[in-house]
Design a protein around this ligand. Sequence first.
Ligand SMILES: [Zn+2]
Length: 164
Amino acid sequence: MRFLGGYPPGVLDQVRELAAAGKLGEHISRRYPDQHGVQSDRALYDYASELKQEFLRSAPPLHKVGYDARLDTAHKALGLHTAISRVQGGKLKAKKEIRVASLFKEAPSEFLRMIVVHELAHLKESDHNKAFYRLCEHMEPRYHQLEFDTRLWLAWRELERGST
Ligand SMILES: [Zn+2]
């Protein structure tokens, strides 16, 4: 199943069963009923800045945060973190930018939090290594569960689109 590669076969069987019974969407929305109000780039910037201020004060400042409609889930189903290097006054400065796929505007609030935590962690760790995931869990103790459930939600959305 797309988005869920790497998870144990037993788990994937359960997901397939739920999907086949048409109960995947309900399964997700029952556990994550809350929508969020972060609907603009400005709101997303504030949202990410607050989290950064709370947990990652020492990380480089954020230059830009926004939703990107061109980003689809193909990009590993997650956001896109970019560090653009620019020469400024003879010094090379890395500009930290966070872009989140626009479809997260419609996500349950926990999934937006998960994706922003993920992108913020990349300010300090570029790879998906142990230190990276420790940082994610520091910012959001339910990180791993939320990442799995976000992938589940993405898979469900794709199934829905395919069936209409
Ligand atoms: Zn990543």
